[in-house]
Design a protein around this ligand. Structure first.
Ligand SMILES: O=C[C@H](O)COP(=O)(O)O
Length: 321
């Protein structure tokens, strides 16, 4: 399934010519960002049916992920079955919610054909790419990896940026690299993983976000899940504001994907509250927002079961993959 074939598909971000002036003008107010991010979880409290509805919404925006060295076709097939039916029907019926799926399944290149076969066009397959997670393989091989994953049926490609370009302030090099990766993706949508835990400052996060969007990223994503610090609320606030700024400049809506370490239903709701406040309701859909997560779904299903039955079940009953 090509992202642009989906009903009501948004116009794709075409990018902008590189503009050093935009990047040089970036300022971030770190204490202000930390203060705002620190209050968002504390202020929000959703109860009962509202909470269940938000959790179901969160499920529909998960990139259900397995990125382990011991992934097997069997594990990926189980993950795909879960992706197509992420929450038990009796729970959805009890809450009065319609059937749903997750947003996509996210795997390494070698597992793309298995996922494509198991999902049979019912959900997109996302491939992590370009020498994930470090992104330090030869550039031509990184481009070839994208092309192979697209040829194997991935319709979303999660590329990692070269952190060194951000750390040395070589924004033009980051732009050029990202532009070529975007071209290699063809019709597949590209998510630019910034590995924010390795970028050194919120200012660099803001700059890298803008550069990747200028180069045509369809989504910007926080992390690979393999850095020592992955998705956080302060980083998310900065990236959402970069998306807002880019939309004001160009009219293009770019998606946001926090990834890595988001494993609790409560945290998912906090991210969605931040998203709603910063970018508005239009972003609360799978074409503009995804959670990159391997274990979040299990906790959400557990919370939904509690909502229906008043009891928590054992974690093994919600195995994913
Ligand atoms: O992009 C997705 C992440 O690798 C998943 O990270 P996680 O296993 O911490 O949920």
């Amino acid at each position: 399934m090509s992202p642009t074939d989906r009903p009501n598909a948004l116009p794709r971000n075409e990018g902008l010519p590189f503009d050093a002036g935009i990047i040089e003008g970036v300022r971030t107010n770190t204490p202000g960002v930390l203060r705002r991010a620190g209050t968002i979880g504390a202020r929000r409290s959703l109860k009962k049916d509202w909470q269940a509805a938000w959790l179901a919404r969160a499920v529909s925006m998960i990139d259900l992920t397995t990125l382990a060295g011991d992934d097997t076709p069997g594990r990926v097939r189980r993950l795909c079955a879960k992706a197509l039916r992420p929450v038990r029907h009796d729970l959805l019926d009890a809450i009065g919610l319609p059937d749903l799926t997750v947003g996509a399944v996210c795997v390494y290149h070698e597992m793309v054909p298995v996922a494509v076969d198991a999902l049979a066009g019912r959900l997109p397959v996302a491939a992590v790419s370009t020498g994930f997670p470090a992104g330090l393989s030869p550039f031509r091989l990184r481009l070839a990896e994208i092309e192979e994953s697209v040829a194997a049926g991935a319709s979303e490609i999660d590329i990692v940026i070269s952190r060194r370009h951000a750390l040395t302030g070589d924004w033009q090099a980051l732009y050029g690299e990202m532009r070529e990766m975007r071209a290699a993706c063809g019709d597949a949508h590209v998510k630019a993983i910034l590995a924010t835990g390795e970028l050194g400052s919120l200012r660099n996060v803001m700059k890298a976000s803008l550069v990747c969007m200028m180069a045509g990223a369809d989504f910007i994503k926080t992390s690979t899940g393999k850095e020592s610090v992955n998705a956080t609320l302060p980083v998310s606030l900065v990236m959402m504001r970069a998306i807002r700024e880019y939309e004001a400049m160009t009219g293009f809506k770019v998606g946001y994907k926090p990834a890595g370490g988001i494993s609790k239903a409560k945290d998912a709701i906090t991210y969605l509250a931040l998203l709603k406040e910063e970018l508005g309701d239009r972003w609360l859909r799978p074409d503009l927002f995804r959670f990159g997560a391997s274990s979040l779904l299990a906790d959400i299903e557990r919370q939904l079961e509690h909502h229906v039955t008043g009891r928590y079940s054992a974690g093994y009953r919600h195995a994913v993959g």
